[in-house]
Design a binder for this molecule. Structure first.
Ligand SMILES: *[C@@H]1O[C@H](CO)[C@@H](O)[C@H](O)[C@H]1NC(C)=O
Length: 503
């Protein structure tokens, strides 16, 4: 339901008509305004890894009895609600979903044969999403009188969409970064990047890129730079990270922020932390693929299984799929492998005729059935990582995956593909020392052969070195939980953020 229908904003208001914004009397809404010191409007980029984070943040903010308006297109609202884990968005009445229209956009399939793994097939969606500017301006205008202050939290890549908030007398915006502070620090400022290079020991780093070479297409770099221009309008930045993970980096960013008179908040991890691994109960399951996975894991020994999944933006060539299959089998370690193609711009646009089914070598699934579980559906990643049988995660190092893995105390076999992922891999392997590399970034265009997959799995799952990384990962997870639980540093910081926006 579109919440703004509840508010009696005059129909004549148009987003570009700023004169109306200034002359609209606020008196008729005084009672509502008394009830709500603040309303929060969330504007995510409509890609899974971004949508998911702001939906989780909506839950955290809603627990402080602040109304949250979550804004995206119909299809992406449906997508994120269907895939979220650990709680049910439909049960929280203070989160209001707004489905706003965008023009039709090209929805090509990903190209599995491309040596550059950047998901350029999603660029048309990102471009189309910038057309939310008009509908968002209109929504902000309608919500503005319902609260004393209107707080907009927007993905850093949706900054242009919210720009019209400046004409509202009671609105302010905060830029949300869906990637690590480490990555942002390297991206936004040469000076900070240089400090980071000094901060982390150069041991091993020389082999790995700490730049963004080969991480984006030129077209997407252009998109980022346009969006980042508008981020200047915001009053501060919010990170989905935890101070126990990135404190030195956050301190660098904080001193940058202070000099620009902006605020910075580290409020993560946003994902729920209920976990069998840490002895707490998990919510009831669905009886479908989630149960199939978890029942299989229940039968395995503690820390004996590696979870293998490369996120929603990776497509592999047939040759690469075959090499992974062979490598996992030869490692002789147990595994859960999510075999999926990358999301298209509209994940519901597939009919049965054009679903790309990733093929495994003939007879493979049957042959490995005692060793591994192949999952083709949407996998319950958070529940899998939370399971005590999981002892490692082979990952593309998207930030959601990294922070979920860290909060569940699972070490990573890092195989970055694009964007911030190569830098996240450095953070995991070189800074936190809770993981190994499957593939060096300078070999990014090469196929990873079965022997390399086998070697990384054996190193993480079957050596003392791997066990040491697991101990560090578990300790990190325990600390993250301490930070996020009641009375912890992160809880206090969230409390301060809420106090700030309700001031
Ligand atoms: C990828 O390459 C394989 C092998 O050369 C070919 O059969 C397939 O059609 C290609 N797929 C695409 C989408 O280009």
């Amino acid at each position: 339901m579109c919440m703004f229908l509840l508010y009696k904003a005059p129909k004549s208001h148009k987003p570009n008509d700023t004169s109306i914004l200034h002359t609209t009397p606020l008196t008729p809404y005084t009672m509502v305004a008394d009830q709500n010191p603040v309303a929060v409007v969330m504007i995510p980029l409509p890609l899974q890894g971004h949508l998911n984070q702001l939906l989780h943040l909506s839950r955290l903010i809603a627990t402080h009895k602040v109304p949250v308006h979550f804004v995206c297109t119909t299809t992406h609202g449906r997508q994120v609600k269907l895939r979220v884990q650990g709680w049910d968005p439909n049960t929280i009445s203070t989160i209001h979903f707004h489905d706003l229209p965008i023009p039709p956009f090209a929805c090509p399939p990903p190209n599995p044969n491309s040596t550059n793994k950047f998901p350029s097939h999603l660029q048309p969606l990102c471009e189309a999403a910038t057309n939310l500017r008009g509908p968002v301006a209109s929504l902000l205008h309608k919500l503005s009188p319902t609260a004393r202050r209107l707080v907009i939290i927007h993905d850093s890549l949706m900054s242009s969409v919210v720009q019209d908030f400046v004409s509202l007398p009671n609105a302010e915006s905060y830029t949300f970064h869906s990637v690590s502070a480490f990555s942002i620090a390297l991206y936004i400022s040469e000076k900070v990047g240089e400090q980071i290079r000094k901060l982390i020991k150069p041991n091993g780093i020389t082999k790995i890129s700490l730049s963004f070479e080969g991480c984006f297409t030129p077209e997407f770099k252009q998109f980022i730079s346009v969006q980042h221009e508008y981020a200047k309008l915001s009053s501060g930045r919010i990170y989905n990270t935890c101070r126990i993970i990135e404190q030195p980096i956050l301190e660098l960013l904080e001193s940058e922020a202070r000099s620009a008179n902006k605020l910075l908040w580290a409020l993560g991890p946003f994902n729920p932390l209920e976990s069998k691994r840490f002895g707490s109960k998990l919510p009831k399951k669905d009886g479908g693929p989630v149960d199939r996975c978890l029942n299989w894991l229940d039968k395995q020994a503690s820390n004996s299984v590696i979870f293998v999944s490369f996120g929603t933006t990776t497509s592999f060539s047939q040759q690469q799929v075959n090499e992974i299959a062979t490598g996992l089998e030869k490692s002789e370690h147990k595994f859960v492998w999510v075999v999926r193609d990358a999301d298209k711009g509209d994940v519901f646009s597939d009919n049965n005729n054009n679903i790309i089914r990733v093929e495994l070598p003939k007879g493979y699934e049957d042959r490995v059935k005692d060793q591994g579980l192949v999952v083709r559906e949407w996998a319950p990643q958070l529940d899998i990582l939370a399971h005590p049988s999981i002892g490692g995660f082979m990952s593309h190092c998207g930030w959601n995956s990294c922070i979920e893995s860290m909060s569940m105390g699972v070490p990573i076999a890092a195989w970055p593909m694009h964007s911030d992922q190569p830098n996240n891999a450095v953070l995991v392997t070189e800074v936190l020392k809770t993981g190994v590399l499957v593939k060096d970034w300078c070999q990014r265009e090469e196929v990873v052969v079965a022997a390399a997959v086998e070697k990384a799995v054996r190193r993480l799952m079957g050596t003392n070195e791997g066990a040491e990384m697991r101990r560090r990962a578990v300790a990190l997870g325990t600390n993250v939980r301490k930070y996020v639980l009641d009375g912890g540093v992160t809880q206090t910081e969230l409390g301060k953020f809420i106090a700030h926006i309700t001031r």
